[in-house]
Design a protein around this ligand. Structure first.
Ligand SMILES: Cc1cc2nc3c(=O)[nH]c(=O)nc-3n(C[C@H](O)[C@H](O)[C@H](O)COP(=O)(O)O)c2cc1C
Length: 217
């Protein structure tokens, strides 16, 4: 399937078939997609909490009680559920850590290259840390990019998914003690296989017309 066909076929799954599980090999590929997502300055300012057991999904579903209850059954019936978390701070130590990782992964041919990479990271991070004071917004943007990457990738694997913003993030922050880990919950993606009863699978896609979206220069 071409990438455009995948984009046309994937859709926000509203009802999963609880009897169908994503295979280990497919979920390994999904984890690879999560790891390989691009991010500004390769900051990778994320962590993923993954549930594939009933008890794990119950814990994540605590975020979809009350006002968000429409999303509750999606989490419980999905095969795997991923809670996307963003780092709440980007410290100098963390910039050193990711630069050291790049070094281990063979990205620098000399120490000057490594020093330059660290300097560039510091420059962009300082814009967010010291001028714009929007580090958390910045890290969450990277997480959303990862979510987009995952949605298309899951579609390419034939795995259905729904991104879920309709969740009480504070409940999940508490449940997983995220503040003490330097993280905040951002959104959930539930993955699995559509139920035959999923009304949304039969509906046509709706998007704004091209002339509204594109300006060609
Ligand atoms: C960031 C984000 C959050 C979303 N949150 C929810 C949600 O809480 N529950 C839900 O059923 N769908 C949710 N959706 C699905 C959107 O409604 C859906 O992507 C949109 O209507 C376009 O339809 P399509 O994905 O089927 O093409 C979300 C989508 C995105 C991208």
């Amino acid at each position: 399937m071409s990438i455009v066909e995948v984009a046309k076929k994937r859709y926000a799954t509203k009802k999963f078939d609880a009897s169908k599980q994503i295979s280990d090999s497919d979920f390994t590929q999904i984890k690879t997609l999560l790891r390989l997502s691009p991010s500004s300055i390769n900051s990778q300012p994320w962590h993923f909490i993954i549930a594939d057991s009933a008890t794990g999904k119950q814990r994540l579903a605590k975020g979809t009680e009350g006002a968000y209850s429409a999303n509750h059954p999606k989490i419980l019936a999905a095969s795997h559920v991923v809670l996307f978390c963003a780092k709440t701070d980007i410290t100098d130590e963390y910039l050193q850590y990711i630069t050291d990782q790049e070094d281990k992964d063979g990205r620098f041919s000399n120490p000057e290259g490594k020093a330059m990479a660290l300097k560039v990271r510091g420059f962009y991070s300082d814009l967010h840390r010291k001028e714009w004071h929007d580090v958390r917004c910045w890290t969450e943007k990277q997480v959303y990019l990862n979510i987009g990457n995952l949605l298309l990738g899951a579609g390419a694997l034939g795995v259905d998914a729904v991104p879920i913003e309709g969740v009480d993030l504070e409940v999940l922050n508490q449940e997983f003690d995220l503040a003490n880990k330097g993280l905040t919950a951002v959104a959930i993606v539930a993955l699995g296989y559509q139920s035959d009863e999923d009304f949304n699978a039969k509906l046509p896609k709706s998007r704004l017309p091209e002339e509204v979206l594109f300006t060609h220069l």
